[in-house]
Design a protein around this ligand. Structure first.
Ligand code: DGL
Length: 277
């Protein structure tokens, strides 16, 4: 019989904590290990090959901890690394393990939020350039028109705790204007980066009144719940002691201070040196 282990949750930095928070609220009986690759964040502007290599190293670390199921709580990693890991690496590493992303559960339902069938996507440059959202949404909602805008300054503003400062307004307004000018009919905007929920108050200030803003936390948590119901063989392999462990590849003091803002609770992390692994 397989050893039971925690569910792994991964992000380039802090953003995935907005997803973990909802997952823990929804599926509180399980154990979780969170890893933020803060030392190498942001992933958004990096090449396909680099994001893939970094993500694979982190996924391999989760597997070394015994995890059977890993969630990439990062759109950039989901867009640039997930498919190759699922189709190529898992076969070589262990075909019974699973890595899931955030794009699939989101694209399965995003069309339901829109009446006009005009949906806007805000994400990192990596996510937007990959075209993952338009491609995946067209499979589930062929009648939905997708408009995209990359917001390369948003993650650095959030990672540097400047997202509530006056200076952030310029970049929030600039990218929302670019998006909304693409079509007057956009009635739903997806925050397709797990960092962006921290900017939601500023986004509300600069988006036309009545626009539905969709964050992914609840969607991903419900998607995971559904996945575990449909896959009892995987559910069996997930341990249930209600623990949450946090790891960062950078300074734990910085992580703990900052992570509490994203997770909404006190966080005590351990340092992970990937080079020493
Ligand atoms: N939170 C990540 C995402 O959802 C992006 C952060 C980064 O650029 O590293 O795409």
């Amino acid at each position: 019989m397989q050893r039971k282990a925690a569910i792994g949750v991964f992000d380039s930095g802090y953003g995935g904590l907005t997803i973990l928070k909802e997952i823990v609220d929804t599926l509180h009986e399980y154990d979780y290990i969170y890893l933020g690759d803060n030392a190498r964040a942001p992933y958004g502007p990096r090449s396909f090959e680099t994001v893939y290599q970094y993500t694979l190293e982190c996924v391999q670390w989760f597997f070394n901890q015994g995890c059977s199921l890993v969630i990439l709580a990062c759109n950039t990693a989901s867009a640039k690394a997930l498919r190759t890991i699922q189709q190529k690496d898992l076969l070589k590493i262990d075909a019974t393990k699973r890595v899931l992303g955030v794009i699939r559960p989101t694209t399965e339902i995003i069309g339901n939020f829109s009446e006009t069938k005009h949906v806007g996507i805000l994400g990192t440059t990596g996510t937007i350039v990959s075209d993952s959202y338009p491609i995946e949404i067209s499979k589930f909602f062929p009648d939905v028109k997708v408009f995209q805008e990359a917001c390369p300054m948003w993650v650095p503003l959030i990672e540097n705790n400047e997202h509530l400062s006056k200076g952030a307004d310029y970049f929030v307004k600039k990218h929302l204007d670019h998006l909304m000018h693409q079509s007057e009919k956009i009635d739903t905007v997806l925050l397709a980066c797990t960092h962006y929920p921290l900017l939601i108050d500023k986004i509300r200030e600069y988006i036309p009144v009545g626009t539905t803003i969709v964050s992914q936390g609840e969607i991903v948590a419900n998607g995971l719940k559904d996945y575990l119901l449909r896959h009892p063989e995987m559910e069996e392999r997930c341990s249930k002691e209600k623990t949450v462990l946090f790891f960062t590849t950078d300074s734990t003091a910085d992580f703990d201070k900052h992570a509490a803002i994203f997770f909404g609770k006190k966080v005590e992390s351990k340092h992970l040196d990937l080079l020493a692994e």
